[in-house]
Write a protein that binds this ligand. Structure first.
Ligand code: AHR
Length: 497
């Protein structure tokens, strides 16, 4: 068995981990919004005003902080007026990106009710590609305006006389691609137009500008879009967050090989590279204002998830451990990452739950969010890890890298430390000494998410194949030692004396 050490400094707290790092994303795509969230009032599936009860309860349990909607690529072809008012009078339109009919049954009012029922913040992405600043401004007025106007009265009739108070507004989605194929400097001009009017109408909102991972741009390793956008957009007062998206995939979603398994984890090196580059760009261009980095789409995207099957795919333990390691990384960049939204909440890509008519099964990734939720709003701790490493060639980078087998992050809140550790090894258990400096540990207990094989999944027939199990660790002679099993995520709660 390999040996390792994790050292934490309770007396060296760093940035606060923004709760929105544990956020979600729901698009009008395949069975995510329709079927996954919205089944309509007349459905035999148990629902509250058309919203699936099982899904609401699952997301409520996670204390999901924020949900981004309505896209994704769909956002830049969505016209919000199609989704308000009487259900019967809403037009049926075409969802061109995901090649499906759009019944418009789920619109602004339904999304607001969904967010209220879950207890999360709504994050709306407006249409830049085929929309206009006027359309976006009207949507904002409809949602947030507290005075008397035709649109605020319409909101009163349709949903609520009280303003919805939507704080997060994305100005387009992937505008270098499906959001209108802009050049960075042209998008910067659009962003200034949208931002100037939207912030004038409601200065309390936070705007998310479309950024780009170098992985998505033509020239990996080059910070072109983010640099060029910020360079052409000097108005720090308008921007609150810059968004990047990252998807990962190595081999088949279910029948991957050991080397594909390892390659997926090594790809996190390139995610860290993206975070660091964006951190540098934002720090350079907006030195007097903290602009957050919103990784508002991320997750695994396996080759079997295609437009034809509504981007549905297997969700294995490997994906869950990967999510744990990525969330650890976002936590460690808490000084810059202000939001992260895994794609997509239900049925699509790296979802948290899969539905089949009246049934719902939680994926292994769901349990990761449950196990890590105490990080939300806690203070990140300084850490050091000594452990074996694994080698590979991260996607988009030229050379091989070696990366630690253990990925970890720790935070403190209310007299407790949460330490989350992903053992990314395929088959090595790692005996680890956990050393907390600056405070005394009284009790150490927690949960581990593990299974025989990293290829294991939860199914309707066997929904508990990959679920967390409780563990308690005893100190021996004042030392805390724990074996992190191969391909697992462990969440340890350290009660301080
Ligand atoms: O999540 C699926 C798609 O991936 C989104 O619509 C788009 O923004 C991204 O390319």
């Amino acid at each position: 068995m390999s040996l390792a050490a994790i050292r934490l400094w309770a007396d060296l707290p760093k940035a606060t981990i923004h709760p929105n790092i544990y956020g979600h994303f729901a698009e009008h795509l395949g069975r995510c919004t329709y079927e996954g969230i919205w089944v309509g009032h007349k459905s035999p599936i148990p629902n509250e005003s058309g919203l699936r009860l099982d899904v609401l309860a699952a997301l409520k349990q996670l204390r999901a902080p924020v949900v981004r909607w309505p896209g994704g690529c769909f956002a830049d072809m969505y016209h919000w007026r199609d989704g308000i008012g009487s259900q019967k009078e809403r037009p049926e339109t075409v969802n061109i990106w995901w090649r499906q009919a759009e019944p418009n049954g789920f619109g602004t009012g339904e999304f607001m009710r969904f967010c209220r029922a879950v207890g999360c913040q709504p994050y709306i992405c407006v249409n830049v590609g085929s929309g206009s600043p006027r359309e976006a401004l009207d949507w904002l007025e409809y949602c947030n305006f507290g005075g008397d106007s035709t649109l605020s009265r319409a909101r009163g009739v349709n949903d609520s006389s009280k303003p919805h108070g939507v704080k997060y507004w994305g100005v387009g989605n992937e505008n270098w691609g499906c959001g209108g194929r802009y050049a960075a400097s042209d998008y910067a001009k659009e962003f200034v137009r949208y931002g100037s009017y939207m912030k004038a109408l409601d200065p309390s909102i936070e705007l998310i500008a479309c950024g780009c991972s170098p992985m998505d741009y033509q020239n990996p390793g080059y910070v072109a879009w983010n640099h060029d956008f910020c360079n052409a957009m000097p108005h720090a007062d308008l921007i609150d967050h810059l968004s990047i998206h990252r998807y990962f995939g190595r081999g088949d979603g279910l029948n991957f090989t050991e080397s594909e398994y390892r390659a997926l984890f090594v790809d996190l090196v390139s995610l860290e590279r993206d975070l660091q580059l964006a951190d540098d760009v934002l720090g350079y261009f907006y030195p007097d204002k903290h602009v957050g980095l919103a990784v508002d789409e991320w997750g695994v995207w396996h080759p079997n998830a295609a437009v034809d099957n509504g981007l549905e795919q297997a969700n294995t333990l490997r994906d869950a451990v990967f999510a744990g390691a990525a969330l650890n990384l976002f936590n460690r960049y808490a000084h810059r990452v202000s939001m992260a939204n895994i794609a997509q909440t239900i049925n699509v890509l790296q979802c948290l739950a899969i539905t089949d008519r009246t049934k719902m099964v939680l994926t292994p990734t769901y349990h990761v969010y449950d196990m890590m939720r105490a990080h939300m709003g806690a203070r990140l701790l300084t850490q050091e890890i000594e452990c074996p490493s694994m080698e590979g060639h991260p996607v988009g980078l030229r050379k091989r890298f070696s990366t630690p087998m253990l990925s970890a992050s720790a935070s403190v809140a209310g007299g407790k430390v949460l330490l989350t550790v992903a053992n990314q090894s395929w088959d090595e258990d790692i005996e680890t000494r956990i050393d907390l400096r600056g405070a005394k540990v009284e009790i150490m207990s927690g949960r581990v998410l593990n299974s025989m094989s990293p290829r294991d999944v939860n199914t309707f027939e066997a929904p508990k194949t990959v679920v967390p199990k409780r563990i308690r660790i005893e100190s021996v002679g004042g030392e805390w030692v724990h074996v992190f099993p191969a391909h697992s995520l462990t969440a340890l709660s350290l009660t301080l004396g």
